[in-house]
Design a protein around this ligand. Sequence first.
Ligand code: GTP
Length: 399
Amino acid sequence: MDSQVLKDDQKITVAQKLRLRRSLMAVGAGFANSLVITIAWQFGYVFVSGELLFAYLAVSSIGYALFPWLILTKKNLNFSDPSMTSFQIGWQLIMILVCMYAAPGIRELLIVNFLLILLFSVFRYHPKQLPFVAAFLLSSYLLVILAQLMWSSAPIHWQYEVVTSLVFVLGLIGVSLLGVEISSLRVALKRRNEHLALLTAKNEQLAVTDDLTGLYNRRHLMRILRRQKSLSDRGGYQFSIGFIDLDFFKQVNDTYGHAAGDAALVAVAKEINRTLRDVDYVARIGGEEFVVVLSQTDYAEALRIAERLRADIAQLKIDLGEGQPTIALTASLGVATYRLTETLNDLIHRGDSAAYAAKSCGRNCIVGEKELPETEQYKNPLASSKLEDPDLVFPAIVD
Ligand SMILES: Nc1nc2c(ncn2[C@@H]2O[C@H](COP(=O)(O)OP(=O)(O)OP(=O)(O)O)[C@@H](O)[C@H]2O)c(=O)[nH]1
């Protein structure tokens, strides 16, 4: 599976766990509220029949249970807000308002629930939205008083209501301010976490790549080789490696400077990357030395790929930068194929020796391990003659 998809899946699972925990907290709060109302009803504070109380408890429980169920069945993921914050808050609010209306004697005590709702909102809403939530809660409370005035026989004591409402407002202001504080802490924490995640990703990237070319580095190459070896040791899988060593690279540095040499290395790295198949890997293991790992590739196929790489590098026109000429470079390549259960050192040694042999046989050519020590078979016939004359072997200026 694609690693990005895997990461996204993990993120969703973590978010779902958090949502479930919060909705279960709401279930707990709802259960506690139901218990309080039942006790209050026993003591005669709730003016409803036993049937109505039972109906209230049943509806309230179903409503509260609905949210964890939606999360467990992942149906919430289809909603624009999978946390269902507004719905959960709305449901809690309705249940409390019903209780307040039915139990005017303990109405002011139930205000505590409003403060809890506001605290819950802190974790979901932007700090700027909190005053609106607070205003909404206060209006709901005033509406209950109005409803009682209109439809209930319970007496309203205005002075007491004013004092209670003022205490309520102070409570709302206090919780809102606390909420703003908590929110800014959360935002700061989130930013820091994002920054840390970015730094970690960068570090991971740096740990596996070569600074100059962006190719894999030697350490990561060994990791790739170990993975290929274990695949191969299980049977039915072959892989090969190719050592690529640029020819007469020292002269690029000596003639055009180190920066031009760097530009040439970057250009060749790009070309190797372009030529390789998606399933292959390439690393820069030293100055002008690269290693390609050819997945699912037998010896004959590896030689063909190596020949393609050699030809592509030789045809490449390398722009050395402003004020510098465009040059061409060649490379010598050694090819080796993994033999079951051998050590990676043995494989690397054969690949390296083959590349060394390619140098000896005239450069700009490939040598396969089976040609060792006879190195003539994959030799580029033009190359050895070039070697005789230093002017000819020097990276040619093509523009
Ligand atoms: N610009 C640049 N040059 C590097 C870097 N790393 C190594 N080199 C140079 O690469 C050159 C390698 O030279 P040699 O090992 O003599 O090999 P060569 O000149 O390519 O000769 P053959 O391999 O025998 O064809 C040296 O001059 C190093 O200084 C690098 O990161 N950037």
